[in-house]
Design a protein. Structure first.
Length: 778
């Protein structure tokens, strides 16, 4: 047999594939293309061709095939490059054309024509599975970037993307168009947290963030006293080329990798959270007098004799809001929501203001808080502590017996909280009153108001859901710590009626304020304002959710498009079931993300046409801005001030939305760190859980009592060979047909804990018994 005979069936197969994938006209074009390419490749350059002439010839060649791309050797051959000297000039010409954005270097080190290619710019995010998603700047379209098309792009980079014509990848990204990174416009993240490791020859950092897929080499003179095993912050000095390792310099040593204090610090650094206030910010806060100016008290509504009180978590120190209630004739109620007036202490353009915008939000870890403003303000002057005079913004609402707001009033006030309640204490009062038991003596002055508040909030909840709000009920965990700061207990928090009470009143006040500013009269021009908006969900994701819940016997009605009411009906169906948490989580992920915006599109999840954040200015910058705007519009705003607001709000909306998301991700990461630390003490212990995720590499299990999530590796399921069924969300045994699916209950044992990876590994109890039996037999 000739040496090349094995290649012949492949060529025949290529022809068959070509025949079935192209129309006859396209096939003819393909044949004519190959002939023209051959004829062009035979053309030769004139002796002593100039550099510019070669550049022109490259451009002319690529222009003839605008939808094709060529590897370096193929392009060199077709251009007619024949010796090493010409090859060097050819490569130099390619680099110069690429640097000038006249040609594209694309996936697989191929080169193509630029002008026939659609190019867009956007910010790239890398998913845990390695591919990228680029959100384009102009339209917000999300483009799918395969792992081998990332180029040298990294998570958070602003990149230029070449969009492949009409290519889709239904399995991984629905109907998103596919693109390829061709140029880095701007690096998004310049420093990373990771563990310093070494080989015999060099040091390198393995980033904690797996979205940074490359190691970072560290020269010895850039270690700055860091040693192997340290958790460090490293700044990139050279990103490298062609996915080669980057180079960096150690900027901070956080401690030993795996130690709790170092791991918590690393979360803050990983998400670029600022933990210390600059000197000028602290100085500005310290210079604020602790007593209220009499002139400020005199110009405000004096509500210090008003019966108002706060309801917060037991360990809270920053009290944003207080509530009050007065019965009125004809069954009406005067509800008061009193919010700390932070804007009085944080003037626009001050060091405090700039730092608050930079942070945008307070971040709450299980063992502490990173505040948005210094503690002198957050826990002191602004906090509505009992028996202390405080400046506030008050929203009074006259609510009818049916829960409708008949009229409202928004005033700058001075208040004096009469009591500081915890959610648990208010719940105890509500429970005792519902059982016709007397309240504790200390609570007696507040019991009637609390009872009426409980009834009112229940009515408001029912009314809101009836009108289209979705009431997601996600579970949360609370940690208890020993004197050394180690987590010793995890408690699954219940959502109490007292929580709902405060939530309903805050929702109502936020809605009133948004409508007050946003609902312009016919003769008025729309006022610039910062809204909290939530877009309707992607129909494709909702379709996937409907298919998903059907597998558990539940129904999501999508006829004529899904409504918030149909989603709420689904949540009502699953309430109390084994899969309640799982379906709640999947449903929540099917929703669009709520963000801040200067453009009002309403709030889909709440079913509100106008909504804003007003009630938490101590911990959220948007609320602080809303307070300022309320004052500006009440005092009268000049055209120049209006224009300034209109120009500034888009940046504020974007900054606060980005930082809110970073804070949420950091809070989840900190919870995971604490869960891992807690489970260190429980290696070998057995727990009950449910399957919360199924993947090709194993099963994620959430423990019922603590909400701790860990992984059951597929390699540890030794009784069968299990195959992942992505459509059914199951692992299925090839021989036995046994299935593991979302929501299934399991008994598991903790076998491994890895603080650096923030990973907990489980083993099935029955699997461990089988393993032990096999060992005994040996």
């Amino acid at each position: 047999m000739p040496k090349n005979s094995a290649a012949r069936p492949m060529a025949s197969g290529c022809f068959i594939a070509l025949f079935f994938n192209y129309s006859w006209c396209e096939f003819k074009d393909c044949i004519s293309h190959s002939h023209s390419s051959r004829s062009l490749s035979l053309s030769t350059k004139s002796a002593g061709e100039s550099f510019e002439s070669l550049r022109d010839r490259i451009l002319q060649f690529l222009a003839r095939f605008p939808n094709e791309s060529f590897k370096l050797k193929e392009l060199s051959r077709r251009i007619g490059i024949r010796d090493n000297k010409d090859e060097q000039m050819f490569r130099k010409a390619l680099r110069s054309l690429q640097d000038e954005n006249k040609i594209l270097r694309i996936r697989g080190k191929k080169y193509g024509h630029l002008h026939k290619t659609e190019l867009v710019i956007g910010r790239m995010e890398i998913a845990s599975r390695g591919f990228g998603i680029v959100s384009t700047e102009e339209t917000g379209e999300e483009l799918f970037i395969p792992q081998d098309a990332l180029g040298d792009g990294a998570h958070g980079d602003t990149v230029e993307v070449s969009i492949a014509a009409q290519r889709t990848k239904q399995k991984e990204r629905g109907a998103r168009r596919e693109g390829e990174v061709v140029r880095i416009i701007r690096r998004g993240i310049l420093s990373f947290v990771g563990t310093l490791e070494r080989t015999q020859k060099q040091f390198f950092v393995v980033p904690d963030d797996r979205r940074m897929a490359r190691e970072i080499r560290i020269a010895k003179d850039h270690l700055h006293n860091a040693i192997e095993g340290d958790k460090v912050v490293v700044t990139i000095t050279d990103w490298g080329k062609n996915r080669q390792p980057a180079e960096g310099e150690v900027g901070e040593v956080l401690g030993k990798s795996g130690e709790l204090s170092a791991e918590i610090k690393s979360v803050a650094r990983e998400f670029h959270l600022i933990t210390e206030f600059p000197h000028e910010v602290v100085a500005e806060a310290e210079a604020i007098p602790s007593t209220l100016p009499q002139s400020e008290i005199d110009r405000r509504r004096d509500l210090r004799k008003h019966m108002c009180f706060t309801i917060d978590p037991e360990d809270a120190k920053d009290f944003d809001d207080a509530v009050s209630l007065e019965p009125l004739p004809e069954g009406n109620i005067r509800l008061g929501v009193h919010i700390a007036d932070v804007s009085f202490y944080v003037p626009p353009g001050s060091a405090l203001d700039k730092e608050a915008l930079k942070r945008s939000t307070s971040v709450y870890f299980p063992n502490g808080v990173i505040p948005m403003i210094p503690e002198k303000l957050s826990n002191g002057l602004c906090s509505l502590r009992p028996d202390e005079d405080r400046l506030a913004f008050t929203v009074f609402m006259i609510v009818s017996p049916r829960g409708s707001v008949k009229e409202y009033e928004i005033v700058e006030s001075v208040i004096r909280s009469k009591q500081r309640f915890s959610y648990e204490r208010v719940q105890e009062i509500i429970d005792r009153l519902n059982q016709n038991l007397p309240a504790a003596t200390a609570d007696a002055p507040f019991t009637e108001a609390i009872q009426q508040m409980s009834r009112l909030s229940s009515m408001l909840t029912k009314k809101r859901i009836k009108e289209g709000s979705i009431d997601f009920d996600s579970a949360e965990a609370k940690f208890e710590f020993d004197q050394l700061g180690n987590p010793v207990k995890i408690i699954k928090k219940s959502r109490l009626d007292s929580h709902r009470l405060v939530e309903e009143f805050m929702l109502l006040a936020n809605r009133i304020v948004a409508r007050h500013i946003g609902l312009a009269k016919k003769e008025e021009q729309a006022k610039p304002f910062l809204y909290r908006v939530h877009d309707s969900p992607d129909p494709e994701r909702i379709g996937e959710l409907a298919v998903f819940v059907e597998k558990f016997g539940f129904t999501l009605n999508t006829d004529g498009g899904v409504t918030s009411k149909s989603l709420q009906l689904l949540l009502d169906q699953v309430k109390g079931s084994e899969v309640e948490n799982v379906i709640n989580e999947v449903a929540l992920r099917s929703m669009a993300k709520a963000v801040y915006s200067e453009r009002n599109i309403g709030h889909y999840g709440l079913g509100f046409d106008y909504y804003a954040h007003f009630t938490s200015p101590i911990r959220r910058y948007p609320d602080l801005i809303v307070h300022r705007m309320l004052k500006q519009y009440a005092a009268g705003i000049s055209p120049q001030e209006r224009n300034n607001l209109r120009e500034r709000l888009p940046y504020i909306a974007k900054q606060t939305s980005v930082m809110e998301r970073a804070a949420m991700e950091a809070e989840r990461a900190a919870v995971k760190v604490m869960q891992v630390e807690y489970m260190k003490r429980h290696i070998g212990d057995e727990f009950h859980g449910v399957i919360s995720g199924v993947t090709s590499f194993g099963i994620f299990v959430e423990l019922t009592d603590t909400l701790v999530q860990g992984l059951l590796h597929i390699r540890d399921l030794t009784d069968d060979y299990y195959i992942f069924d992505e459509k059914q969300y199951t692992l299925k045994g090839r021989r036995s047909g046994k299935q593991y699916r979302l929501g299934d209950p399991l008994e598991v044992k903790v076998v491994r804990v890895n603080p650096e990876e923030r990973q907990i590994d489980f083993m099935l109890i029955e699997e461990e018994r089988r393993t032990n039996v096999r060992r005994r037999k040996r």
